[in-house]
Structures are given as C-alpha cells and as structure tokens.
Ligand binder design. Structure first.
Ligand SMILES: Cc1ncc(COP(=O)(O)O)c(C=O)c1O
Length: 381
C-alpha cells in the first residue's frame, strides 16, 4: 500500500467516525465533518514553503481526479461567483451567449454584463432544463451576427432543483460552432454527481467549497482546458487576481499568485481524502438515492415537485408548497430539533421549499428530518 493510501485510510477513520447528525438541509453551506473543521486549527505556515507546496500539489492531483480532467484545476480564495467572473474575463473577448433558467444562471449573465461583454441572453422557463435543441437554435441564431466566444450554462440550478444535460449541450455546441467555449457552473452538483469534465467536452467547470464538497465557504475551483488558456492569451482586460495566465504560472510551482487560504486548504486536503475513501461513485449514488427518497416522500405527502421530470437534482429537491404550509413556522419548529431546510428562492419564497441532501447527509439524517416534518404536518407544533 502506498503512503498516500495509508493516509487516506487514517483520515477516513478520523473524518467519518465522528459524524454528528446533520443540522443543515439547505443547499449550502452544508455541515462540515468535525475532523475537517479541526484541520483548520493547525498552525500557520508560509505559503512559499515546501510544506505548503506539498499540500497544494497533493490537493491538485486529487482535484484533477475528482474533476475527471487531464487539464489543470485552479483553486482560488473566493466563492463560486468569483469564478463566474474569472470565466467571463478569461474566455470572452467578444460575445457570450448566457442561458438563463434560474437565479444563478441569471447571476452569471449579470456578471457577464458587469464585465462589459457583448451578452446574448437566452431565457428558458424556470423549472425546466436547458435542452440541447434550445442551445443549438439559440447559438445558430447568434452566429448570424458573428462569432460567439463562449456559452454559459448552470448544470444544477439550485434555485429550482433542475439539472441541465451539459454533455449533450456540449456536443451540439462543438458541432455548431467548434471555437465556442463551453463554460459550466457545477457549484451545487460537483462531488454529488459524476461530471466527467473532459469526456463531456466541457472547457471550464467551476464549483465552490460549501456545497457537495462539504467544506466551509471560501474556496472555489475551476477545471480549465488548454482551449480556454489559448483564448485567455488573446483576451484583454483579464484583470489580475483571476487572470488564468497568472494562475497557471503559479500552479506550475504548486502555489497561487496571492496569499492562499491555507487553513481552508488544510480542510480541503482532509475532506478530499474522506471523499476518495468513501468512494466517488458511492458518494454520488448516496446523493441520487436521497434525492429519490425525498421526491417520493414529497409526493406521498401531498406536495408536488417543482423541477420537470427527468431533470431533477440529486443534491436539492424543490417541493411546491401545494399544502400551503407556513415555511418559516416549519423552520422554527425544526430549529427546536437543530435542523433547518430552505424556503423557496426569491420569487418562490413561501410557494416552495427546498430540502438539500448534499455533502455528508446520510439516510439516517434524512429519516430524522422527514419524520420531524411529518410530525409538524400532523400538528405537532
Ligand atoms: C448554482 C449556483 N451557482 C453559483 C452560486 C454562487 O456561488 P457562491 O455563493 O459560492 O458565490 C450558487 C450559490 O448558491 C449556486 O447555487
């Protein structure tokens, strides 16, 4: 057994042995294992030290494996939105087509507008997926007016619980416009669902730490293809902090251009060991199973599901409030048992609620939550 394998085994024991009951059933931040939280209390080290470079290099190899990419994975001290901006600034010189089917795809569109790019917005009904035929049609129409540098699409719309088929989307984009880069937000699906970045033909896949990775907020990650770097070299106004050419130079030296979030990276290292010890497929199957259980529970209890069938999220289930319950009151009741779920996002507040089965949530956790909600529905409050 290699020394890495020994370490993984040791961390798995430490990390998973003491998992307390889940408190947060919201789609991030999610509960973090005590051993992962504890890793942040290790003494500080210099970020130009051998010890830091070793930590960085170890995480980089594990991240490449988790992203299923042969390219690099950039790691930045930011939340996912920072990488929305990085993706636009590096991959788009001229025009970008943004598909909007929820609050976070709308945010990515707004970021592109904020970066002063030429933005073509394509609205898709919320609660439905962005389908390849919609993408093809919109892209062909946009191409009439000139080249399109990139498209943006959110894989798992956390506001609605809808998953879009990004592999099929990438296929139509490659066919219709080979030079158009495919930028994908996997903030709330990554590490809860297998996303073979290279095999699916994705040029940039971004995520943040506080979702299915089950880490504290503050780190964001992006797998970036060579095609994106070649584009970045042609694009002006990339800024500095998120400039991929800067990040690339540092990555080669196993570090970051500016001071990294060292404590968060220590937590990342322990959590990555835990994820691989659980097994990526096992982890993803757990998410899928919990999603199916939550969906079935909602229907059995007289609610409806908001996301269209066939495109429902494995990490967050959005439940239409057909029974007209007071969601804030439900949450107050759940708080008494140290649990919390999410109200509907934005316009769906009061009209829907969301149960996130993300990160380290297990079957026993879900049982505990659903039993408590059933008691509330039966008038326990
Ligand atoms: C799908 C999606 N994209 C982007 C974001 C923004 O990520 P962050 O809050 O890490 O900036 C979120 C946050 O919930 C999200 O769910």
């Amino acid at each position: 057994m290699s020394s890495t394998a020994v370490n993984v085994q040791a961390n798995e024991t430490a990390a998973s042995a003491s998992k307390p009951p889940q408190r947060l059933f919201i789609p991030g931040p999610t509960d973090v294992l005590p051993a992962v939280l504890a890793a942040q209390t290790a003494p500080m080290i210099g970020h130009r030290s051998d010890e830091f470079e070793a930590l960085f290099a170890k995480c980089e190899v594990q991240l490449q494996s988790l992203f299923e990419t042969r390219y690099r994975v950039y790691l930045v001290a930011a939340s996912g939105t920072g990488l929305h901006e990085a993706a636009i600034r590096n991959a788009v010189g001229g025009r970008v087509v943004c598909f909007v089917n929820g609050a976070f795809s709308q945010r990515w569109h707004d970021v592109a507008v904020g970066c002063d790019k030429q933005v073509v917005r394509v609205d898709v009904p919320w609660n439905t997926a962005v389908k390849p035929e919609i993408v093809e049609q919109a892209l062909l129409a946009a191409l009439q007016d000139g080249p399109v540098d990139a498209i943006t699409v959110v894989h798992n719309e956390t506001s609605t619980g809808v998953v879009s088929p990004v592999a099929e989307i990438a296929e139509v984009v490659h066919r219709a416009s080979p030079n158009t880069l495919i930028l994908v937000d996997a903030v709330s699906s990554f590490a809860g669902m297998r996303i073979p970045t290279d095999a699916w033909g994705i040029d940039l896949l971004l995520t943040s730490s506080q979702k299915a990775l089950a880490l504290p907020p503050g780190l964001a990650f992006a797998a970036v293809s060579d095609r994106v770097l070649e584009r970045a070299a042609q694009v002006k106004g990339r800024g500095w902090y998120f400039d991929f050419l800067n990040l690339e130079k540092s990555l080669k030296k196993h570090t970051t251009p500016a001071t990294p979030a060292i404590s968060l990276m220590r937590a990342l290292s322990v959590q990555l060991d835990h994820i691989f010890a659980e097994g990526v497929d096992v982890r993803c199957e757990r998410h899928a199973r919990l999603a199916q259980r939550t969906q079935a529970w909602a229907l059995r209890n007289g609610f409806a599901l908001m996301a269209e069938e066939g495109y429902r999220s494995p990490t967050v289930t959005t439940i239409t409030n057909t029974r007209g319950i007071d969601i804030d009151d439900l949450n107050q009741y759940l708080a008494g048992q140290e649990m919390e779920l999410s109200n509907g996002y934005g316009v769906y507040k009061g009209k829907a609620f969301r149960i996130a089965h993300i990160g380290e949530v297990n079957d026993a956790d879900l049982d505990r939550l659903l039993t408590a909600v059933e008691a509330y529905l039966a008038g326990a409050r």
